[in-house]
Write a protein that binds this ligand. Sequence first.
Ligand code: NAD
Ligand code: NAG
Length: 435
Amino acid sequence: MSQLSRSSGSLDDTPSTPGKFKPDKPSPYIHRLRFHNLSKFTFYSAFFLAILCFFFLLSSPSGSNPRRSLGSYGGSDWERHVTRSARRRSDSGMTVLVTGAAGFVGTHVSMALKRRGDGVLGLDNFNLYYEPTLKRNRQKELQKNGVFIVEGDLNDKPLLHKLFDVVAFTHVMHLAAQAGVRYAMQNPSSYIHSNIAGLVNLLEVCKSANPQPSIVWASSSSVYGLNSKVPFSEKDRTDQPASLYAATKKAGEEIAHTYNHIYGLSITGLRFFTVYGPWGRPDMAYFFFTRDILKGKVIKIYETADHGSVARDFTYIDDVVKGCLAALDTAKKSTGSGGKKKGPAQFRIFNLGNTAPVPVSELVNILEKLLKVKAKRLVLPMPRNGDVKFTHANISLAHRELGYRPTTDLETGLKKFVKWYFKYYKEEKKKISAW
Ligand SMILES: NC(=O)c1ccc[n+]([C@@H]2O[C@H](COP(=O)([O-])OP(=O)(O)OC[C@H]3O[C@@H](n4cnc5c(N)ncnc54)[C@H](O)[C@@H]3O)[C@@H](O)[C@H]2O)c1
Ligand SMILES: *[C@@H]1O[C@H](CO)[C@@H](O)[C@H](O)[C@H]1NC(C)=O
């Protein structure tokens, strides 16, 4: 799969974050590769390439396709898409670069900003960490609403400079990251690539932009790690991460502080607590539990060593979006210019949780009720692979400073998720059978 995705990627944009997405069944092409001799291999490669070229030519007859091809960007057409997407409805609005716009939270935040009249431009590398069609379908939804996503990587410095040359962003909503706790043991370097190197590259470009934008970015509740004092408050210790993912988010908070201190960038970090909802992430438990319960597959439910329950402070996407917009709205301007600090700038960190932790077994109870299917449960001790026992947010700071007040309980939120799930996969099935 990695060979295939890399070779087809070179015709388009190669996402530099290696992905883990694997189709259910291996392609017959891979099968042949393994069992036949070299001349057959050459024949099939040529044949395959010819077919690829054919479809490539078919799909871009005039060369005016807004999607970047052959690794280039720019050009008047591309710039027109960028400026139109970034145009705000009124002078009082903001112009926001949303990184990770094809992601779960990024799609919802982009949509909410665009709806209220702000200018929005997306950036995403469409990596293969989870099913790429889901990202493409979110992109289509955004496109319908006038949001354009530039396809590129956070680490592409010329591209980022170009974006700031074309658009005077007032704000950056930075949501692009390698997410997921357990995957860090499989592919540690993807976390360094996006969450460390990519973050630094983005901040470098922001600090030298004129004017400097204000930055709001996603940290994570995982920075609390092995902290056992509940509820988690922003002042609690965050120096005992339990996963490489958590460590890169913690490092991100320190890096953000440095750029705030040296260059006068206004930076707000948001520690999200297990965000869920429609258009969510298939690598998260509520999502794959739904899929597996419907398939009649056994689901694994972890408990602590002393048979205690594992719990999460599940936070509904609409509540998180409100928190993100409030953080953007209350962000003060950066103080630097020309890469130099002129005075102290705002630096904030907020928990965005629900303050109502729910045991995972209760999550499954709710799903059973909504799906009307009994789950096949397998209760196992939690492996030491990065997950923590529980999360519970103290949100009084976000309440005071952002007016943040989550209003969706887990059952209400899951009902909306399940409704979306059925509709979405029904339409996907139709598309496949229409082929
Ligand atoms: N969903 C949650 O429960 C949760 C909890 C805590 C923190 N967060 C953080 O919130 C943010 C958004 O999370 P999400 O759930 O929407 O995840 P997501 O994986 O759906 O979205 C992230 C997007 O960023 C893109 N991306 C990754 N690396 C990139 C790179 N180098 N350049 C360009 N694009 C890149 C991916 O293609 C993806 O579309 C992330 O920073 C995540 O770590 C999420
Ligand atoms: C929650 O955090 C606030 C500070 O923002 C603190 O004053 C309060 O004591 C905390 N509450 C609990 C229950 O820990």
